[in-house]
Design a protein around this ligand. Structure first.
Ligand code: SF4
Length: 387
């Protein structure tokens, strides 16, 4: 199968490891703190790998362990999962293999195991180097553990390290954010994912703010933080290649870049999404039901077949978040003249806002408009059958 962005030779695999030691106040990802079920989950995901071995028909060039907290897997569990993946899929010789790890799980023994099994990229959930901010978020780790995790990982030979940073929290001052960025520079971190803290429905954070036990976030402060960190990371030579992601040259996340480019991928584990070019499907977001279905050798997911309008909307949304923007030739080639006309009409209607810059046939957002990317993309959205 091919994706809508062209003939693609490679694909990716995402594994969702749905367990955490402690619930962060702001988190709306799928996870459970009942870590005693990890081994049953591993048996289930192995079964899912076997059942889904025919889902992709291209070689795999990226594997991504996300979560939840994949660093909770022990050496045997990780080796077993990777062994089964290598048995059932054609894995390219040179792959990017990422593991998300929390600082409190990182020690020299684990790092050695990760190296041995082929993990070559770590995404470390630092979030902040400030104790007050970590406590406000209810993170499981301390500032000391953050520093130790980075130092140990670099000493173990991990060069391709990404760290997550959350900005715009009420306790994070401008000076504290600058101090966080100083640490990134000092450690020569090659990739940073920066997220504005958002208050999602059904999170502990939302309830605590409603009960006035925690201070609410301030959008103006978040916009100021975004401007500050963008300028500083650019000054460090990092490329702002996607709204939330910055990379030193050669260190973009291949897995996420593929995802944003419409490359096919298989998602394994509860709540994981898959895309094969024609449809998108998502696994049940419930650990017990996921495990019991796979114990019966049954997959438990919902599926949506994608129309041209769905694909166009997704293409616009993901590409406006990226430095490259969207390509007018590609829109005509993949979606037809009507879609191209619609795109040009929308660009004309938004002309006075001064959001866009054009390089040849590519349209991207100016720096000043990046914080508004999702809202601007929605101006281009097409409803089913309206063209
Ligand atoms: S460690 Fe990550 S997945 Fe787990 S609760 Fe915290 S933010 Fe959510």
């Amino acid at each position: 199968m091919t994706s809508f962005v062209g003939i693609l030779l490679m694909a990716g695999i995402y594994l969702h490891i749905p367990f955490c030691k402690k619930a962060c106040h702001y988190c709306n990802f799928h996870f459970s703190t009942q870590t005693e079920h990890i081994q049953s989950f591993v048996q289930a995901i192995i079964q899912e790998i076997r059942l889904q071995k025919g889902y992709l028909d291209q070689p795999i060039e990226t594997i991504y362990f996300g979560g939840g907290t994949p660093s909770l897997l022990n050496a045997d569990q990780l080796k077993t999962i990777l062994g089964i993946l290598y048995k059932h899929f054609e894995i390219a010789q040179k792959i990017e293999c990422t593991l998300e790890a929390n600082p409190d799980d990182i020690d020299a023994d684990k790092l050695n195991v990760w190296k041995q099994v082929g993990i070559n990229r770590l995404s470390i959930g630092i979030q902040s180097f400030q104790a007050e901010a970590l406590s406000w978020m209810n993170r499981a780790h301390s500032v000391e553990q953050s520093h130790a995790a980075i130092e140990l990982a670099q000493a173990a030979g991990f060069d391709n390290i990404s760290i997550d940073l959350i900005y715009g929290t009420p306790t994070l001052s401008k000076e504290a954010l600058i101090a966080d960025l100083d640490w990134i520079e000092k450690y020569n971190i090659k990739h940073v994912s920066c997220y504005a803290l958002t208050v999602e429905d059904k999170t502990a954070l939302k309830k605590l703010i409603e009960k006035q036990q925690l201070e609410d976030v301030d959008p103006e402060k978040q916009a100021a933080h975004f401007e500050l960190l963008t300028a500083r990371l650019n000054k460090m030579g990092m490329e702002h290649y996607e709204i939330s992601n910055f990379a030193a040259p050669g260190y973009r996340s291949q897995h996420n870049s593929n995802y944003w480019s419409g490359v096919t991928y298989l998602g394994l584990g509860p709540s994981a999404h898959s895309f094969n070019g024609a449809s998108r499907q998502w696994n049940i977001a419930n650990n017990a039901l996921y495990i019991s279905s796979l114990n019966k050798e049954e997959l438990n997911f919902e599926i949506e077949y994608l129309s041209d309008a769905n694909r166009y909307n997704e293409y616009i949304m993901t590409s406006l978040r990226r430095i490259e923007g969207f390509d007018l030739d590609l829109i005509e080639q993949k979606f037809g003249a009507n879609y191209l006309e619609h795109t040009i009409r929308t660009l004309d209607a938004l002309k006075s806002k001064d959001y866009f810059q054009q390089i040849e046939n590519s349209i991207a957002l100016k720096n000043t408009a990046k914080f508004l990317a999702d809202g601007i993309a929605s101006d281009f959205f097409i409803l089913e059958a309206s063209l």
